[in-house]
Design a protein around this ligand. Structure first.
Ligand code: FES
Length: 583
């Protein structure tokens, strides 16, 4: 008997992913009956379905414009002949997430992935913005494999305090430091509190949210020019409409994330991360996203890129300006034009065009002061440097562009805090034995120890030193810091203390040497002594008792694997980036 070899019909729109009742005809009949209860016609239900992930939440002011964006995306979808269907997922805000937003990132990525899989959609628009939301969405979408496009809520506006322009959150930390040092009083810090966040939207400096917005555009998974428009502008709404229209075209061409998020795209994103002086968290998120697609990010390769990619964007915390200035200066298209010789121009973007084609069609350059030409960078190398040594065999990161040049070659005595509570208890104690040239060490704020890599790596200067005018010290931890923070701060020490990394065995008075020049972070203690300490105090990985806490502690990987869950990463590595040097 002849076998019919014709391919299975492509299932799309409302017929995708039917609920399992054992009778597909009935499943579709029932689905349509229910959605018709909302007043849809058969004509509407026959269109390509574009899901819209709505992360609006009253707990998330960074997404306060989500309702307007959803409306504009819907308009774009309908203009292009699609049917928009918005749905909620978890929304995570930095200041409203206990213990940390990073602890919840993987949960949000699972929610995003499973709801994209579970519900019928031909493409999906991901509306994110606040730090962990964009990586969570892109991780989830990469695993779900449905055509996906990112739309960020956009940056907040800047405020004004007594004539000085201020914005979250570099200025939050600066003013809080002044308050701790008793340079300003309680009344003034209260006034500042009213001005730091002048509108809805994400932090107004090159913190993690702005970094992830720029990286999404560099990856090609966002409309070209879509990263920088502030939240409350007409430009942002137009980007949203364009995103909806683009999503319909992506559905038609089945432009899935694996075709966009390639090794070349990740290498472009790493270049951009370095050139914007981006958040150190960006490398953890990129690693997690790439890991979903079987792409490994090699820290040594990142460091090589860093030596040849200068910081060109003059934004706080590395520079002077704010995101709204970056937008007025031309945003990502202007930056990518400067970086053009270093980029893979054949990388595909959501429009179906390559990055090179998008750049060819971009508006011309004009005179401005925020995005520097290659010949006049604000920092001669990339924003990040990768350190190694016996204290961090798996690597550590420093944001060299926001560090104090006088401390980047430094040796000092360790002043050790066993965990965040220990630090909170003792750091402001006037009897603490600490000097300005010491090295502050904070343990157990890594992926497992935090749990969830709290942004406590930006350790406060001990109050007695702050009062004496000390503004920066070398600080080392296995945690993160906010992308809005600055200082000579070594982060992501891997392996972390909570799983028995060498950091666990540092003691008060040990000598530590930091050399950014040599990319070294060294504990000046012999291997024998470290082995003796490890045998004396064996470390047991913490285990949760139940629920998500248990899943998290048992499954989270180290920072060099993106702190993703081990079971969410691709089963095999297809590619390692950055590749070998070609120029
Ligand atoms: Fe949401 Fe900064 S707190 S972006």
């Amino acid at each position: 008997m002849a076998v019919n070899k014709s391919p299975a019909p492509v299932v799309s729109g409302l017929s995708k992913g039917l609920t399992n009742y054992g009778d597909t005809g009935f499943s579709l009949f029932l689905r349509k009956a229910f959605i018709k209860g909302a007043g849809y016609t058969d004509d509407a239900l026959a269109r390509p379905v574009i899901g819209i992930v709505n992360t609006g939440s009253s707990y998330n002011p960074c997404h306060g414009n989500a309702p307007q964006l959803v409306e504009a995306v819907k308009r774009g979808v309908m203009l292009a002949g699609g049917l928009p269907v918005d749905f909620p997922t978890i929304s995570v805000h930095e200041s409203f997430s206990q213990p940390t937003s990073m602890y919840l990132r993987n949960l949000m990525s699972m929610d995003t992935e499973e709801m994209i899989r579970a519900q019928p959609m031909d493409a999906v628009v991901l509306i994110g913005g606040c730090d962990k939301t964009v990586p969570a969405q892109l991780m989830g979408a990469a695993s779900a494999g449905v055509p996906a496009i990112e739309l960020v809520t956009g940056a907040m506006l800047t405020g004004s305090h007594r004539g000085e322009r201020v914005g979250a959150c570099t200025d939050c930390r600066r003013y809080w430091g002044r308050y701790r040092a008793e340079e300003i009083d309680a009344a003034e810090i209260s006034d500042v509190n009213n001005q730091l966040v002048a509108s809805v939207g994400t932090c107004s400096v090159m913190g993690t949210a702005s970094t992830m917005a720029c990286l999404a555009e560099a990856l090609g998974i966002m409309v070209f020019g879509g990263a920088s428009a502030p939240a409350v502008t007409a430009d942002r709404i137009r980007v949203a409409e364009r995103t909806g229209t683009t999503a319909v075209a992506m559905a038609a061409s089945r432009l899935t994330p694996d075709r966009i998020l390639t090794g070349k795209a990740f290498e472009n994103a790493l270049r951009v991360l370095l050139a914007i002086g981006g958040s150190t968290n960006g490398i953890v998120h990129l690693t997690a996203m790439a890991g979903r697609l079987g792409i490994d990010i090699d820290l040594a390769g990142l460091d090589r890129l860093s030596r040849e990619t200068p910081v060109l964007v003059d934004l706080k915390p590395s520079g002077q300006h704010y995101m709204e200035d970056f937008h007025k200066a031309g945003g990502m298209p202007a930056l990518l034009r400067e970086l053009r010789p270093l980029l893979h121009l054949d990388a595909l973007t959501v429009s179906g065009r390559t990055l090179g084609q998008e750049l060819d069609a971009a508006p011309p350059a004009f005179a401005q002061e925020v995005i520097r030409p290659f010949s006049s960078p604000i920092y001669p190398a990339g924003g990040l440097a990768v350190l190694r040594g016996n204290l961090a065999p798996g690597g550590a990161i420093i944001k060299q562009s926001a560090a104090n040049p006088d401390l980047m070659e430094h040796e000092g005595r360790a002043v050790v805090f066993e965990d965040a509570e220990d630090m909170a208890r003792r750091i402001d104690d006037d009897t603490l034995d600490v000097r300005a040239d010491d090295v502050l060490v904070l343990k157990r704020i890594g992926p497992t120890g935090g749990p969830g890599m709290p942004e406590a790596g930006y350790m406060p200067i001990p109050r007695k030193l702050a009062r004496a005018g000390v503004k920066d010290m070398v600080r080392i931890s296995d945690g993160c810091m906010s992308g809005t923070a600055a200082g000579t701060i070594v982060l992501h020490v891997t392996p972390e203390a909570a799983v028995g990394g060498p950091l666990a065995h540092v003691r008060n008075g040990d000598r530590i040497r930091l050399s950014v020049q040599r990319r070294e972070i060294a504990l000046l203690v012999s291997d024998e002594e470290l082995a003796r300490r490890a045998a004396e105090h064996p470390i047991e990985r913490p285990q949760g008792e139940r629920g998500y806490h248990k899943l998290y502690l048992q499954s989270v990987t180290q920072a060099d694997q993106g702190a993703d869950f081990d079971f969410l990463r691709a089963s095999a590595t297809r590619e390692t980036v950055p590749g070998k040097p070609t120029r």
